[in-house]
Design a binder for this molecule. Structure first.
Ligand code: SF4
Length: 367
């Protein structure tokens, strides 16, 4: 049974300073802040009666005035490659998707930061949903908690990537709080080096993250070395042009003392030519980075295709060793529309009226 949330405070998403303030208001001891954090995030407990080291009177107070929300799993789909896509319902009935990406050596959870996305990248299903709202810090971390609760106990979580629905840097404060919860010993206890925040290019927030939490990994979705083509594929480029974006990426690599990743979705005849590969190699010179090539994953909304493997290999050969490191990501979960760029909650397909900023696809340089 989901709790009657009327007038009670949801504790999932609060962090140490929030708990401390709440406990001060309740005239409770400050040490209980860490206790609460550790029960809710570390031990993944939502039922106050299980918080055995809290006094009976404190547990009764919690049950009366607070609750711990859980995302509701509406649906799961399992891919042939064992990856699992989760459809979660939020308290206001909005829905989001997250993916457990199975790999025998390295499991990853791909999480969402917004309901939909306002950035309307031309190749991305989420972009066609439009934007509904930001997720709270609790809703962000709860994707990990619920997936951990659901998958077999012997499966480890090795990586978390913010590559699901939404642009994390447009929800900066909640994403930062979620990162603190994830990386604290009183929280999920994850190493920051195993968490990647991926941005379409919100340059000012790259600088902010470099100040706030530079140990997490940064990925920048690049997808073209040409400003004009990038504007068509990723309209955000009109506000945040390439040159300052790359300078921010360079600074982040320096602050975090680790390579940044440039994500590059290869789209047939659009951004996969030899000439563009050479331009890309030149553009990223001097930036400690890895280029992660991703084969375009088809979506119903966009009239794009995947390049042939011959063309992909040629692109890769031109890039490496001109670029310091180049990898080719084979997307998992394609058969269940859980791969990169394919997330879109079905409920939105039926509804309409969300504001989007779509470009005319016909204006993209197609063959
Ligand atoms: S690729 Fe990322 S930033 Fe672009 S529309 Fe999709 S979710 Fe938003």
């Amino acid at each position: 049974m989901r709790p009657n949330t009327n007038s009670r405070l949801n504790l999932k998403g609060l962090w140490l300073e929030d708990f401390q303030k709440l406990l001060a208001d309740w005239k409770e001891k400050p040490f209980r802040a860490r206790q609460l954090a550790s029960w809710i995030y570390g031990k993944r407990v939502s039922d106050f009666s299980q918080m055995t080291d809290a006094s009976k009177s404190f547990r009764e107070k919690l049950a009366k005035d607070a609750y711990v929300s859980d995302l509701k799993i509406v649906k799961t789909e399992t891919s042939q490659d064992k990856s699992i896509k989760f459809l979660f319902e939020l308290e206001d009935k909005e829905t989001i998707e997250s993916v457990f990406i199975f790999d025998k050596n390295r499991n990853t959870i791909c999480i969402s930061s917004q309901v939909g996305c306002p950035l309307a990248c031309a190749f991305c299903a989420t972009g066609y949903m439009g934007y509904k709202r930001n997720l709270t810090a609790g809703e962000i971390v709860d994707q990990i908690i619920q997936i951990k609760n659901k998958i077999p106990k012997n499966e480890n979580i090795n990586n978390i990537v913010f590559m699901g629905m939404g642009e994390p840097f447009l929800n900066y404060d909640n994403v930062l709080k979620a990162l603190k919860i994830m990386t604290s010993d009183f929280g999920l206890g994850l190493s920051p080096k195993r968490i990647t925040v991926s941005t379409a290019g919100v340059t000012d927030k790259i600088y902010q993250l470099a100040r706030d939490l530079p140990k997490v990994k940064l990925a920048i979705s690049l997808h073209s070395p040409e400003e004009e083509l990038r504007k068509k594929l990723m309209p955000i480029t009109k506000k945040f042009p390439l040159k300052p974006l790359l300078e921010a990426g360079k600074l982040y690599a320096k602050s975090s003392k680790q390579r940044i990743t440039f994500e590059y979705v290869l789209i047939k005849g659009v951004n996969d030519t030899e000439e563009i590969a050479l331009k890309l190699a030149k553009l990223i010179q001097g930036i400690p980075c890895k280029i992660n090539l991703i084969l375009y994953n088809p979506i119903a909304d966009a009239d794009f295709d995947r390049p042939s493997m011959e063309r992909v290999n040629r692109f890769r050969e031109i890039l490496y060793p001109r670029a310091p490191a180049v990898t080719l990501r084979i997307s998992k979960g394609v058969d269940i529309q859980a791969a990169c760029g394919q997330l879109k909650t079905k409920t939105y397909r039926k509804s309409s009226g969300y504001k989007t900023n779509l470009i005319a696809l016909s204006s993209v340089n197609k063959p």
